[in-house]
Design a protein around this ligand. Structure first.
Ligand SMILES: NC(=O)c1ccc[n+]([C@@H]2O[C@H](COP(=O)([O-])OP(=O)(O)OC[C@H]3O[C@@H](n4cnc5c(N)ncnc54)[C@H](OP(=O)(O)O)[C@@H]3O)[C@@H](O)[C@H]2O)c1
Length: 323
């Protein structure tokens, strides 16, 4: 077992508890890991809202899932996570339609590409992978609070341990410097800092909602082919050949985080290192994702840029000394 693993479990979707009566929102359900998560949750009885940027593609995927699982209950809803107005409209529609949400899976993401700006003028990876999910989570928190034992699962990446990056807190448009791989790793580091800080705040506010973080390690999904430069494409191909898992296998830690009663918050749930290890590992969150002051600054920046304030009091960034 990896030194930082707190526990590991053999788990597969066959072990998933019945999800009947639960409502799940899965972002990016039209491809890769999100598709597998949506399919498995629906196959186990959940009502699944596929939150997608391309509704026609979402409908095609929904039809494929329903043909494999005729009883599956899935709806396709449009949201462009890069656009904060779209996120606000989506959350408003859900709040009008639903009295509670049991599961929010913050899965959608993009993997870099050339520097582009979101409708609000933020660098697109930062907007899609961090600001959009941050705003969506804050806006859906009242619906999640109305469920018993709701969970939020945010999908990060283990790259945060391997590549050193700075969060673009002072330059969210990447006007001064931009590198696609670093923009991606910074956004995924932000997702992990956010998931862990959210769990601290939920727990300090005696909320029944839990925030969990999960990752697939390397998954052979369309994202692996999205690199814009030739060296990045070669690196992604090599990684995918040596370490890549199928989307079905790579999504297991996400499904475990969403549904296993024993899944812990405050850890990073993912596969073991190497394709043969089929267990789900709960790893300790290590530097720089364990930096509470960085998480606090990220939170302030998230609330300021998205104009979404979470109804949760902050926890002191300095843990109180144990006596
Ligand atoms: N693949 C890996 O090795 C790997 C490793 C670590 C972490 N992850 C994370 O896993 C998550 C899922 O990625 P994946 O590998 O399954 O990649 P993927 O197949 O490319 O799926 C990404 C999903 O996000 C959606 N999306 C992109 N931009 C969006 C936007 N602006 N608004 C709404 N939805 C948007 C995509 O929509 P379309 O279907 O329209 O393209 C797609 O459904 C991501 O958060 C990624 O960072 C992946």
């Amino acid at each position: 077992m990896d030194k930082s693993s707190v526990f590991s479990r053999h788990w597969s979707p066959a072990d998933m508890p019945d999800q009947a009566g639960k409502t799940a929102i899965v972002t990016g359900a039209s491809s890769g890991l999100g598709l597998v998560v949506a399919e498995q949750l629906a196959a186990h009885g959940a009502r699944v809202v596929m939150a997608v940027r391309d509704p026609a593609k979402g409908e095609r995927v929904r039809a494929e899932i329903v043909s494999a699982h005729p009883a599956a209950r899935l709806e396709v809803e449009h949201v462009d996570l890069a656009d904060l107005h779209s996120v606000a409209r989506f959350a408003q529609r859900l709040s009008a339609d639903m009295d509670h949400v049991d599961l929010l899976i913050n899965n959608a993401g993009i993997g870099g590409g050339p520097r582009r700006l979101s409708p609000q003028g933020f660098e697109l990876t930062w907007a899609t992978d961090f600001l959009g999910p941050f705003a969506l989570t804050g806006r859906l928190l009242p619906l999640l609070e109305r469920a018993s034992n709701a969970r939020i699962v945010t999908v990060g990446s283990n790259l945060y341990k391997r590549i050193s990056v700075e969060l673009p807190l002072n330059d969210p448009a990447a006007a001064h410097s931009y590198s696609a791989p670093k923009a991606y790793v910074a956004a995924k580091l932000a997702d992990l800092l956010f998931a862990v800080e959210l769990e601290r705040r939920l727990s300090a506010n005696n909320s029944g909602v839990r925030s969990l973080a999960a990752h697939p390690d390397v998954a052979n999904t369309p994202m692996q082919k999205s690199a814009s430069s030739l060296p990045e494409r070669i690196a992604a191909r090599a990684l995918s050949l040596t370490l890549g898992r199928s989307p079905e296998v790579a999504a297991i830690p996400l499904l475990f985080a969403a549904t296993a009663p024993e899944a812990p918050a405050g850890k990073f749930l993912g596969p073991g290192f190497g394709k043969r290890d089929r267990r789900v590992h709960a790893d300790a969150v290590v530097a720089p994702a364990d930096d509470r002051e960085l998480a606090r600054r990220l939170w302030v920046s998230g609330e300021t840029l998205t104009d979404v304030t979470f109804p949760l009091v902050a926890v002191s960034a300095t843990p109180s000394p144990t006596t």
